[in-house]
Design a protein around this ligand. Structure first.
Ligand SMILES: Cc1cc2nc3c(=O)[nH]c(=O)nc-3n(C[C@H](O)[C@H](O)[C@H](O)COP(=O)(O)OP(=O)(O)OC[C@H]3O[C@@H](n4cnc5c(N)ncnc54)[C@H](O)[C@@H]3O)c2cc1C
Length: 325
């Protein structure tokens, strides 16, 4: 492979990298996306997306070319109360959504696992093969840009670590309702069951690592209880599959997200919401903001990226909340 030079090297082609690449290309800025995976690729995620994502992408949901599930309500359960909350929210499959977003960016994508990044000649060189004047770390939780330029001087907030388990698979369910369980069995987090239009189901569970450790509990124990609950409710039958584990950092204390011309976006910058771990919107918004900072040679400001999901979910539905208890 020959030495490739570009204005902006983007590490990671998930929502953060793809949104950044799309915004750069719209402004005529040359960029190159490096991803260790070949798209379409799997990504552990429930695939819940908000209307604000389509607004940020300037896309009409009706024009999304893959399966899009529209939820008019969420069934939300707390240990002592159950509600039906009117909403307008969506679900996609990340396998499809991420490839669509990356293709839509129009950027050149190279299948390459980034190992070593060095500063050289007023820019950044990756693995002796790629050079960019600017560098965008959009490689998720394990982003090598974070590791190289931020980890030692601006370590992530250990209290913000969320561990998660989930599975997505073809499954026929007769109940199209999206369900959320908060604090079930005293879990410091929540569990979900998300049926999708094209015959898939995603269910999973996530919790704060530090709180689980303090209580001497494991996520696996909560996963087993969730599986039992779903089977008792008739939502799951004969489940013998192995779930996927992953972890990420939700929004904690303010993180440093820029070091000279190296920027962090999405999970690399720990931007998933504090209350629901919603990270796709923050990934897209931060990717777009990095692009604006590069295009206009201006500050990279993430303060307007929402820290919480619940206010926008509740705003339309709170008045028509239905108690199911
Ligand atoms: C179980 C679970 C459920 C979730 N559910 C939701 C949900 O329903 N809704 C929501 O909004 N958020 C959800 N999230 C959070 C959401 O998945 C993330 O916030 C989002 O994917 C972040 O996007 P990103 O582009 O920053 O990173 P990613 O989507 O992780 O993309 C990073 C990319 O970087 C690439 N990469 C990594 N390292 C390298 C390397 N060394 N070299 C080259 N490429 C590399 C990877 O292959 C990957 O394609 C969930 C998270 C988990 C764990």
């Amino acid at each position: 492979m020959s030495y490739q030079k570009t204005e902006v090297l983007i590490v990671g082609g998930g929502p953060a990298g793809a949104a950044c690449a799309g915004a750069l290309r719209q402004n005529g800025v040359d960029c190159l996306v490096l991803d260790k995976a070949t798209f379409p690729r799997s990504k552990p995620c429930a695939g819940w997306i908000t209307p604000e994502i389509f607004q940020a992408l300037k896309v009409n949901p009706a024009d999304y070319p893959h399966g899009l599930t529209t939820f008019r309500s969420f069934r939300i359960e707390f240990p002592r109360a159950k509600f039906k909350l009117p909403v307008r929210q969506y679900a996609i499959r990340r396998y499809e959504f991420d490839e669509w977003l990356l293709n839509r960016s129009g950027a050149t994508v190279v299948n390459h696992e980034v190992k070593t990044i060095v500063t050289r000649s007023g820019g950044y060189e990756i693995d002796g093969k790629f050079f960019g004047k600017n560098l965008v770390g959009a490689g998720g939780t394990h982003c090598p840009v974070y590791r190289t330029f931020f980890q030692s001087t601006a370590p992530r907030d250990a209290d913000a670590l969320v561990i998660a388990r989930e599975d997505e698979f073809p499954y026929r369910t007769t109940d199209p309702q999206c369900r959320l369980w908060f604090s079930e069995n005293d879990l410091p987090g929540y569990a979900w069951f998300v049926p999708k239009t094209d015959g898939y189901v995603n269910f999973g569970i996530g919790g704060l690592a530090v709180s689980l450790k303090q209580k001497g509990e494991t996520l696996k124990q909560h996963w087993d209880l969730l599986q039992q609950r779903l089977e008792e409710a008739g939502l799951l039958r004969d489940y013998t599959r192995r779930p996927v584990g992953h972890y990420y950092y939700r929004r904690g204390r303010p993180q440093r997200v820029r070091h000279e011309n190296a920027f962090l976006a999405g999970d690399a910058a720990s931007l998933a919401t504090y209350d629901m771990g919603e990270g796709i919107r923050a990934a897209i918004m931060s990717g777009q903001r990095v692009a604006q900072a590069i295009v206009h040679d201006s500050a990279y400001d993430i303060t307007a990226i929402p820290k919480y999901s619940l206010p926008s979910i509740l705003k339309s539905g709170l008045k028509s909340l239905v108690s199911l208890s």
